[in-house]
Design a protein around this ligand. Structure first.
Ligand code: ZN
Ligand code: ZN
Length: 328
C-alpha cells in the first residue's frame, strides 16, 4: 500500500509499504481522509516530539471505511468510521480515577504507532467509532480537533450569552469559536495578527480584531488562547473579568511570564485543555453531523496523499487559510 512515512528528521517519503498486520481485536480501515494537525505534525517531522520514533506513518485524525475485522468485532466491512487516537494504559492512577483521556502514559495512534496517512491502518476495535451516513468522510476527518474544541469550551464553562475572546484564528481557534457559538455564547471576538486568517474569521461571521488594544478595556467572561504565543498572556489577564477564566488550548513551547498578582486580585481561574474525553469524541460526531455545512467551511485546503510534502511546505509557510486535510 501507499503511505506517507517520516523516514528521518525532516524527510517524509510517499512510498510502498506492506499493509499493516491485523492483530486480534483490531480493525483494518481503508483510510478516506486524514486531517493535518499542524504544530503536532511539524514537531514530529522535525524530530523534536518526545515520543515519536521513525520510521512512522503519521496522522491521528482519521476517517475511513472498515475493510476487515477480527472475530468478536462490533464492526463489519463497509462501516463508515472515525478513529479516536487516544490510547490510555488503563492502570495508572489517573486512568483508575476515570480520567483515561489524560492518562499518565497516554499514547496516540499516528504518533506512538502508525496512523492515517496510508491506504490502510489497523487500530484497536475500541478506538473505532461509527459515523452516520449523513456525515461526509472529508468532514469526518475533523472530528478529532472538534472534540478538542468541545472539551475546552465545556471545561471553560461557556454558556448562553457569555462574552468570549479567542486568541488565534487557526483551525483550533475557529473550531473553538464555532463550538462556543453552538453552545450559545453571546459576543465572540477573535484576535489574530495574520490578515488572511482575520478576514477568514470575519467571513464566518465572527467579530475580529488585529490587536487587543482596539478593545478599550472591555472585559470578557472567558479568554481562550489557541495561539500558543507568549504575547497574549498579559492581555488575557487584563481583559478577563473578575472571577473570569483563562483557558489554554494553544501549545506553548517555552515557559512564559504571567502576572500572578492580577490572577490573585481578580480571582482568575487559569486552566489547560489537552485532548478530550471519550464522550466528547461522540459529541463531536453528532455536532459535525448536525452542523455539517458550518464546519465544512473550516476545511480550506485539501491535498492528495502523493502531495503530502506540498501540504507540509504550505503549512510551514502559513499559506493554508484554515484546516488542511489529506485525501488518501
Ligand atoms: Zn489533532
Ligand atoms: Zn493510564
Amino acid at each position: 500500500m501507499i503511505a506517507a512515512v517520516i523516514e528521518n528528521k525532516n524527510f517524509v517519503k510517499v512510498k510502498n509499504v506492506p499493509r499493516p498486520a491485523l492483530l486480534p481485536g483490531h480493525v483494518l480501515i481503508k483510510v478516506a481522509y486524514g486531517g493535518f494537525c499542524g504544530p503536532t505534525e511539524i514537531c514530529i517531522i522535525e524530530g523534536i516530539h518526545p515520543r515519536a520514533k521513525f520510521p512512522l506513518i503519521f496522522c491521528h485524525e482519521i476517517s475511513g471505511i472498515v475493510e476487515k475485522t477480527t472475530p468478536g468485532s462490533k464492526f463489519k466491512a463497509g462501516d463508515r468510521v472515525v478513529v479516536n487516537p487516544l490510547m490510555s494504559c488503563k492502570v495508572c492512577k489517573t486512568c483508575c480515577t476515570g480520567y483515561r483521556y489524560i492518562c499518565e502514559n497516554l499514547k496516540l495512534i499516528g504518533i506512538d504507532s502508525d496512523g492515517g496517512f496510508a491506504e490502510f491502518c489497523a487500530v484497536p476495535d475500541s478506538n473505532v467509532l461509527p459515523i452516520p451516513d449523513s456525515l461526509p468522510l472529508n468532514i469526518a476527518a475533523i472530528v478529532e480537533p472538534v472534540a478538542v474544541g468541545i472539551h475546552a469550551v465545556r471545561g471553560t464553562g461557556v454558556s448562553i450569552g457569555d462574552r468570549l475572546l479567542i486568541f488565534g484564528a487557526g483551525p483550533i481557534g475557529i473550531i473553538l469559536a464555532e463550538v462556543s457559538r453552538i453552545a450559545g455564547a453571546g459576543d465572540i471576538v477573535i484576535c489574530e495578527l495574520d490578515e488572511r486568517r482575520l478576514d477568514f474569521a470575519k467571513s464566518l461571521g465572527f467579530e475580529t480584531i488585529k490587536t487587543p488594544d482596539a478593545l478599550r478595556g472591555e472585559k470578557f467572561d472567558y479568554v481562550i488562547d489557541s495561539s500558543g504565543s507568549e504575547l497574549v498572556l498579559p492581555y488575557a489577564v487584563d481583559l478577563v473579568k473578575i472571577h473570569g477564566c483563562i483557558s489554554i488550548v494553544g501549545k506553548f513551547d517555552f515557559p512564559v511570564k504571567v502576572n500572578l498578582h492580577d490572577i490573585l486580585f481578580k480571582e482568575i481561574t487559569m486552566r489547560g485543555f489537552r485532548v478530550y474525553a471519550e464522550d466528547e469524541f461522540n459529541s463531536a460526531i453528532s455536532m459535525l453531523s448536525s452542523n455539517t455545512e458550518r464546519f465544512s467551511r473550516i476545511i480550506t485546503d485539501e491535498y492528495p496523499l502523493a502531495d503530502i510534502n506540498v501540504a507540509i511546505d504550505a503549512f510551514r509557510k502559513r499559506e493554508n487559510i484554515c484546516k488542511i486535510i489529506i485525501k488518501v
